[in-house]
Design a protein around this ligand. Structure first.
Ligand code: BV8
Length: 230
């Protein structure tokens, strides 16, 4: 059966009210990447980093999935073959929409990590990380910063090898290794589709493109695959 592998980026959550990174007014226009999304930035000013992620955690807690998240959850439920979502996003909107097979390659806002001993826990309160028992713990968000190895890479590469259809949704294709996934999939013979608001840095690598807001183009694409309404 046809295996569908989907990469999502910040654009799929934009209509749920969560800021993207590189669009006008995006997160990287408000903060320098190296200050809030790098290990050095965390060492220099952990409070700034905690404030940055606490604000995003509170925003994410108010956000609800949009029609694009719902369409992907329906595809996962009703498609006769394998569907895997690998997301660059740290929000939980895919799961909130009902998706189960979601790989968070850049971690999650709900995760916390001790910077000293790598102990992981789900933070107990929405807006603040509370360190685990050891007094020497240095709690940090369990997200993948620049210069850190993304999570689930072995599993992701296996899915890319097995993909019959690779779809990229709401990503600018500027961050690696995620931006290289389309080439990996193409080399294995997958059909490649870009669903985005506008052409991205990696548009030329795709054989199909559908541009527009994710809440429109994603349900339209899923409806073409699953013509019978659920
Ligand atoms: C690593 C943290 C190695 C969590 C993030 C090769 C070449 C060049 C550079 C590198 C390379 N390999 C590695 C690098 C360095 C670096 C990198 O890629 N730098 C870039 C800037 C050049 N990569 C890394 O450091 C990665 N690590 O490679 O490790 C390694 C190996 C061994 C051992 C140790 C290490 C780690 C990268 C992860 C960084 N963490 N986030 C968080 O705070 O969220 S990245 C951050 O940007 C996000 O997580 C997100 O994943 C990423 C990409 O952003 P997008 O999701 O694409 O969002 P963006 O705003 O850019 O675009 C939004 C898109 O949506 C736009 O196209 C827009 O048109 C569209 N859109 C907007 N609205 C809508 C819409 N589409 C549809 N509908 C709408 N309504």
């Amino acid at each position: 059966m046809t295996k569908i592998v989907i990469l999502t980026g910040a654009g799929i959550s934009a209509e749920s009210g969560l800021g993207t990174f590189r669009d006008k007014g995006g997160l990287w226009s408000l903060h320098k990447i190296e200050d809030v999304a790098s290990p050095d930035g965390f060492s220099r000013d952990p409070d700034l980093v905690h404030r940055f992620y606490s604000a995003r955690r509170q925003q994410a807690a108010q956000a609800v999935p949009n029609a694009a998240h719902a369409a992907l959850a329906r595809l996962e439920r009703d498609w006769p073959g394998d569907v895997v979502i690998m997301t660059q996003n740290v929000d939980g909107l895919h799961e909130a929409a009902g998706a189960h097979r979601v790989l968070h390659m850049h971690g999650t806002l709900s995760g916390a990590l001790c910077a000293n001993c790598e102990h992981r826990w789900t933070h107990r309160r929405k807006c603040r990380l509370t360190p685990p028992a050891p007094p020497v713990a240095r709690a940090r968000p369990d997200v993948v910063w620049f210069g850190e190895l993304p999570y689930h890479m072995d599993e992701i590469l296996t899915h890319l090898e097995e993909a019959d259809i690779f779809v990229s949704i709401g990503t600018s294709g500027q961050v690696y290794p995620a931006a290289s996934f389309v080439q990996e999939a193409r080399m294995q013979g997958a059909e490649t589709i870009e669903l985005n608001l506008e052409p991205s840095e990696i548009s030329a690598a795709f054989t199909q493109h559908h541009y527009g807001p994710a809440s429109e183009v994603v349900p339209q694409w899923v409806a073409r695959l699953l013509p019978d309404p659920a």
